[in-house]
Design a protein around this ligand. Structure first.
Ligand SMILES: Cc1cc2nc3c(=O)[nH]c(=O)nc-3n(C[C@H](O)[C@H](O)[C@H](O)COP(=O)(O)OP(=O)(O)OC[C@H]3O[C@@H](n4cnc5c(N)ncnc54)[C@H](O)[C@@H]3O)c2cc1C
Length: 500
C-alpha cells in the first residue's frame, strides 16, 4: 500500500496555495484526485485527509466481516477494472484503491493526518483559506485554494449513532458500536445481542456467529434483503473466453446498472410485486414454517431504504444452524443481565452490539464562513446535491443510495474538470450557484423526500442539510440513470451559475 511520507513535511509558516483542495481521501477523494490529474493536469492540487491513510469508510470500519453491499464493478471506478467477485471485503477495496493511487502517482498529492476544522472564503481575494491540525505534531496548518472539492463523506467518523436507552449503565458487559470496534474484543463463546438488522448487522452476524455462544439479532422493524451468490456468471464466462478485463468491466457495469434500473423503476411502479419477490428470496432460504411476516417483512416499501445484499444467504444459514436468531420487538430497558423487551421477554447477553447507524455530518463538521460570516448550510438550496446557493467555488460529492456511490464520483469528476476549464477559458475566478428568476417562487423542501428515501440517519438530521427545490436542478434526485445524461449536458452558461 501507499505510504504517507508527504505528511512528514514540516508545517509551513505561510499558507501553501493550491488551485484545488480536496478534503478526504476516501473513495471520493481518491477519485477526485485521479480525475484532476487526468483531465486538468495543469492544476495544482492537494488532498487533505484526517486519518493516517486512505480509504475512509473502508479504513475506519474494522468490525468482523466488513464488506461492501454494492458490487465492485459499479462501486469500483469506471477507469479501473474490478477483477474479483462482486462483493468485496474492506481489505480488498483498500488494495484496489492503493493500486489506483500507485498507478496514477497520486501519493505525492495526499497529506495524511491533516484534519480541517475551518474553511473561510474571501470575496476580495476569491480564495478559500483552510485551517486544520496535524495529528502527529498537533500543529496548526493553513492552506489556500481557489476551488474546494469536499470529499469528506456523509457521516461522522468519530462515533456511530447509539440511541439512549434506560439502564444502559447497569449492563454488566461492553456495549459496542461496530463503527468503533475494539481490536481486542473477545466474543468467543459469548452470548451476544446485536441491535439492528441493516447492512452492518447482516455483515457482522455471519462473521461472528461461528465463534459466539449465540447471537440474537434484535430489531424494532425488519429490513429487505436480497440473497444471492457472490459471483457474476457473465463475468466468469467472459474471463473463460479471455476477453480483456477492461471490456469485462464495462460490460458487467452495464449489465448490473440495467438490472438495478429495472429494480428501482419497479420498486416505485409495482412495489407490492417487488416486495413479494424479495420476500420469496428469503423464504427460499428459511422455508415455509419460518415467520417471515414478523421478522422479514419491512413496514416500508422496497428501496425507500438501502436493500442489504446477502452473499450466499449467509445470515439465513446462521439462523437455520441455530447459531443466530432474530427477535422483532422493542427495548423497554437495559438491565444488568441484558435487555428487557416491551413484550416482557428478557434477552440475556454478555456483549451488546449496537448496529444502529450513523450520525450524519454535513460537510465534515467544518466551520464554514464567507467574508467572516458563518455559513448555515441548512439555509442554502442545493444545486443537484453538489453545490449550494451563495457558496462559491465549492462542490461536495454525495453519492447514490440506490446505486453505487462511486458512479457519482466519476460523473462529478468530469463535471468539476469541465467547469474548471470553462472558468479558465472565460477568465472567471468565482462561480456561485443562485436561484434564477423563474426559481424564486419555487417551494423549498427538505433535502430528501421521506416518501422517496428515509433511513434513520437522514430523518434524524434532515434539518441540518441544505434545502431542495421541486425541479431536478435543485435537488439530489438520486437517479443515476437520468444524471449520467443530464450532468454531462449541464449548460455552464445557465443563469444558475453566477460568474465573476
Ligand atoms: C459499513 C459501510 C458500508 C458501506 N457500503 C457501501 C456499499 O457497498 N456501496 C455504496 O455505494 N456505499 C456504501 N457505503 C456508503 C459509503 O460511505 C460510500 O459509498 C463511500 O465509501 C463514501 O466514500 P467517501 O470518500 O465519499 O467518504 P468516506 O469513505 O466517509 O471518506 C471520507 C474521508 O474524509 C475524511 N474527512 C472527513 N472530514 C474531514 C476533515 N474535516 N478533515 C480531513 N479529512 C476529513 C475522513 O477521514 C475519510 O477518510 C457504506 C458505508 C458504510 C459505513
Amino acid at each position: 500500500m501507499t505510504g504517507n511520507d508527504a505528511s512528514a513535511r514540516p508545517a509551513p509558516q505561510t499558507p501553501e496555495h493550491f488551485d484545488v483542495l480536496i478534503v478526504g481521501a476516501g473513495i471520493s477523494g481518491v477519485g477526485a484526485a485521479y480525475h484532476l490529474r487526468q483531465q486538468c493536469s495543469e492544476k495544482s492540487f492537494v488532498v487533505l485527509e484526517g486519518l493516517e491513510s486512505f480509504g475512509g469508510t473502508w479504513l475506519m470500519h474494522t468490525y468482523p466481516g466488513i464488506r461492501s453491499d454494492s458490487d465492485l464493478y459499479t462501486f469500483g471506478y469506471r477507469f479501473k477494472p474490478w477483477t474479483g467477485p462482486p462483493i468485496a471485503s474492506a481489505g480488498e477495496i483498500l488494495t484496489y484503491m492503493g493500486e489506483v493511487i500507485d498507478e496514477n502517482d497520486l501519493a505525492p498529492h495526499i497529506r495524511y493526518g491533516h484534519t480541517i476544522n475551518r474553511a473561510s472564503w474571501s470575496n476580495d481575494e476569491n480564495l478559500w483559506t483552510l485551517e486544520g491540525t496535524r495529528s502527529d505534531t498537533g500543529e496548526p496548518v493553513h492552506f489556500t485554494a481557489n476551488f474546494l472539492w469536499m470529499c469528506q463523506g456523509y457521516y461522522r467518523h468519530s462515533e456511530g449513532y447509539t440511541p439512549k436507552w434506560e439502564g444502559m449503565d447497569d449492563f454488566k458487559g461492553p456495549i459496542i458500536h461496530p463503527q468503533t470496534w475494539p481490536e481486542d474484543l473477545d466474543y468467543k463463546g459469548k452470548n451476544v445481542v446485536v441491535i439492528g438488522s441493516g447492512a452492518t448487522a447482516a455483515t457482522l452476524v455471519p462473521a461472528i456467529a461461528g465463534d459466539c455462544g449465540h447471537v440474537t439479532i434484535l430489531q424494532r422493524s425488519p429490513t429487505y434483503f436480497i440473497p444471492g451468490g457472490n459471483k457474476n456468471d457473465l463475468a466468469d464466462q467472459l474471463r473463460d473466453l479471455e476477453v480483456d478485463e477492461t471490456w469485462i468491466h464495462e460490460i458487467i457495469r452495464k449489465q448490473i446498472l440495467h438490472g438495478q434500473r429495472v429494480l428501482t423503476r419497479l420498486s416505485f411502479e409495482q412495489p407490492e410485486m417487488v416486495k413479494e419477490q424479495l420476500l420469496a428470496g428469503v423464504k427460499a432460504y428459511l422455508g415455509p414454517d419460518y415467520d417471515i411476516e414478523k421478522h422479514f417483512t419491512p413496514k416500508y416499501l422496497p428501496w425507500r431504504q438501502r436493500i442489504a445484499f446477502v452473499p450466499d444467504g449467509d445470515i439465513f444459514k446462521g439462523i437455520l444452524s441455530g447459531k443466530a436468531s432474530i427477535v422483532t420487538d422493542e427495548i423497554e430497558k437495559f438491565t444488568k443481565e441484558g435487555i428487557l423487551l416491551k413484550s416482557g421477554e428478557m434477552l440475556e447477553a454478555d456483549i451488546i452490539m449496537t448496529a444502529t447507524g450513523f450520525n450524519l455530518s454535513v460537510l465534515g463538521d467544518i466551520d464554514f464562513a464567507i467574508d467572516g460570516k458563518p455559513v448555515d448550510f441548512s439555509e442554502t438550496v442545493t444545486y443537484r446535491g453538489m453545490m449550494f446557493t451563495g457558496v462559491p467555488n465549492l462542490l461536495w460529492i454525495f453519492g447514490y443510495f440506490r446505486a453505487s456511490w462511486t458512479l457519482r464520483v466519476d460523473l462529478l469528476g468530469d463535471f468539476v474538470c469541465r467547469l474548471l476549464k470553462h472558468m479558465d477559458k472565460t477568465g472567471a475566478k468565482k462561480i456561485t450557484p443562485q436561484l434564477r428568476l423563474e426559481d424564486e417562487d419555487m417551494p423549498l423542501l427538505p433535502w430528501m423526500d421521506p416518501e422517496n428515501f428515509n433511513p434513520g440517519y437522514l430523518m434524524r438530521s434532515m434539518h441540518l442539510l441544505p434545502k431542495r427545490g421541486d425541479k431536478p436542478d435543485w435537488q439530489h434526485t438520486q437517479d443515476y440513470w437520468a444524471e449520467r445524461d443530464d450532468i454531462p449536458a449541464i449548460d455552464l452558461e445557465d443563469d444558475i451559475f453566477e460568474y465573476e
